[in-house]
Design a protein around this ligand. Structure first.
Ligand code: HEC
Length: 138
C-alpha cells in the first residue's frame, strides 16, 4: 500500500502525463482563421462610418513597422492567398496595373484584402510605405 505522500506524487505525475498532449494540441483551421481575421467588419454605405475613416493617423512609422504590425499576418504567410512579401510572381501582375490602382485596392479593400489591411490609423502614405516595403526586394 502506498503512503499518502507516494499517492500524491503518483497523482501529480499522472496529471502531468495526461495534461501534456492537451497543451501541445495543434490549432484547428477555424482557430487560425479567427486569430487572423480582420479586426474590422464590413459596413454598408450610409451606416455609421468605418473605424478606418474615423481614426486619426498616428505619428510617422516606417513601411517595415506597418508591415510587421498590420500586413504580416497575411502577406508574410500567404494566408487567404495574399501575395507574399518579395514574391515576384505574385506581385508582378498586380504592379502591372500601376501603383495608383494597387494603392487604391489596399486603401479601399479588394476581395479578401481588408481596407487598409485593418490598419485603421494608417494614413494613405503609411499604406504606400508598407506596399513599397513588401515589393522592395523584387
Ligand atoms: C486579412 C489578411 C490581409 C491583411 C491583414 C492585409 N492584406 Fe493585403 N491582401 C490580402 C489578400 C488576400 C490579397 C489578395 C486579394 C486578391 O487579389 O483577391 C491582398 C492584396 C493586397 C495588395 C494587392 C492589391 C492589388 O491590386 O492586387 C496590396 C497592395 C495589399 N494587399 C497591401 C496590404 C497592406 C499594405 C497591408 C497592411 C497595411 C495588408 N495588405 C494587409 C490580405 C490581407
Amino acid at each position: 500500500m502506498a503512503t499518502p505522500l507516494q499517492q500524491l506524487l503518483i497523482a501529480g505525475l499522472a496529471g502531468m502525463v495526461l495534461a501534456t498532449p492537451l497543451a501541445a494540441k495543434e490549432p484547428t483551421n477555424d482557430e487560425i482563421q479567427s486569430r487572423i481575421k480582420p479586426v474590422g467588419e464590413l459596413y454598408i454605405e450610409g451606416d455609421a462610418p468605418a473605424v478606418a475613416a474615423a481614426a486619426e493617423p498616428a505619428g510617422p512609422r516606417s513601411g517595415a513597422d506597418i508591415y510587421q504590425a498590420a500586413c504580416f499576418a497575411c502577406h508574410g504567410t500567404g494566408a487567404l492567398n495574399a501575395p507574399k512579401k518579395d514574391d515576384a510572381n505574385a506581385w508582378a501582375p498586380r504592379l502591372a496595373q500601376g501603383m495608383d490602382v494597387v494603392l487604391k485596392h489596399a486603401i479601399d479593400g479588394f476581395n479578401a484584402m481588408p481596407p487598409r489591411g485593418t490598419c485603421a490609423d494608417c494614413s494613405d502614405e503609411d499604406i504606400q510605405a508598407a506596399i513599397d516595403y513588401m515589393v522592395e526586394g523584387i
